[in-house]
Design a protein around this ligand. Structure first.
Ligand SMILES: Nc1nc2c(ncn2[C@@H]2O[C@H](COP(=O)(O)OP(=O)(O)OP(=O)(O)O)[C@@H](O)[C@H]2O)c(=O)[nH]1
Length: 286
């Protein structure tokens, strides 16, 4: 993947790895600061590669007496975002399991409200656990969609060998680190080989992958891979520009920043075609 945003993108050894600059751990069992020992002072920062989620998950469900059926996982990341076994089992989930999933989500939201010092039974909040559970299920409904069903055979034989571009596709997704939204625009282009795809299917494919827990880089790559797989064109380009609430509202608190990610494959990796695409979507710096 190439970045057009200026900043270099670190390559990763595995798909779920992420790098983190993290303060070296100090002795947290003591309230006292670690004494400065002169020459042998440790470096302040180290680089650590994190595998998978990395942090301990806490079970907030405070109903241990309830017999809980085992819920299927929503996603098994296969690196390409195509429908995995786990996604298939979620799609075919029985109503009993759907109800159980919703019930546990409502319980978890109640717990969250209590933990921030709210009264979940006050009038304005009574339906909030249900509303939030339903909203979260909708925002992650892409786990239950797959590319074949969405494309619905809308592929048409056509000898068009120029570029096809749909730009400014609105995207709303949820960052998997903070479960906060990131929103922006995606620009998709491809050079057909023997078939073109129904235009509406491009934003529909983008929706499948944006309605999942995501990071922007993976979302960009997954949309490109799905189009490559479905249309088998000569090349695909996907560029996304988005702002992340986890960056603007909390943490580093930098509203107004835009993150740009891109993925070029096939003939669109060539610099002349890449430049033509970036020019047509209004992203060239000329
Ligand atoms: N690469 C990438 N990082 C993301 C994306 N969305 C959120 N992040 C980052 O994920 C990182 C998570 O870092 P952590 O140190 O584990 O979490 P944190 O303590 O909440 O970090 P801060 O946001 O720096 O306060 C943060 O740097 C976020 O900005 C994304 O789409 N792509």
């Amino acid at each position: 993947m190439a970045s057009v945003g200026g900043a270099g993108v670190r390559s990763s050894k595995r798909k779920h790895q992420e790098t983190k600059v993290e303060k070296l751990k100090t002795d947290t069992s003591s309230a006292m600061p670690v004494p400065f020992t002169g020459n042998s002072a440790p470096p302040l920062y180290s680089v650590e590669i994190r595998h998978g989620p990395g942090k301990t998950a806490h079970d907030l469900d405070n109903q241990p007496a309830l017999k809980k059926p085992k819920l299927p996982l929503a996603a098994e990341l296969d690196g390409f975002g195509l429908q995995s076994n786990a996604t298939r089992s979620l799609t075919a989930e029985e109503p009993k399991l759907v109800a159980c999933r919703l019930d546990r989500m409502r319980g978890a939201v109640r717990t969250l409200l209590e933990c921030i010092g709210e009264d979940p039974d006050r009038e304005g909040l009574q339906d909030t656990p249900s509303r939030y559970a339903n909203a979260l299920l909708f925002l992650t409904s892409g786990h239950q969609m797959n590319v074949d069903t969405i494309v619905n055979k809308a592929l048409f034989h056509e000898s068009h060998h120029g570029m096809v571009i749909m730009r400014d596709i609105e995207i709303c997704s949820l960052c998997e680190h903070h479960l906060l939204p990131f929103t922006g625009k995606m620009h998709i282009g491809y050079v057909p080989s023997s078939a073109v795809i129904g235009l509406s299917k491009l934003p529909r494919i983008a929706e499948i992958f944006s309605r999942r827990l995501q990071i922007q880089e993976r979302l960009t790559k997954e949309v490109a891979h799905a189009i490559m797989e479905a249309v088998k064109p000569q090349g695909v380009a996907v560029v996304m520009e988005a702002s992340h609430l986890c960056i603007s509202m909390r943490g580093v608190q930098k509203p107004g920043t835009i993150t740009i990610t891109s993925h070029f494959s096939g003939c669109l990796e060539q610099s002349d075609l890449r430049s033509e695409f970036l020019g047509l979507v209004g992203m060239s710096r000329a």
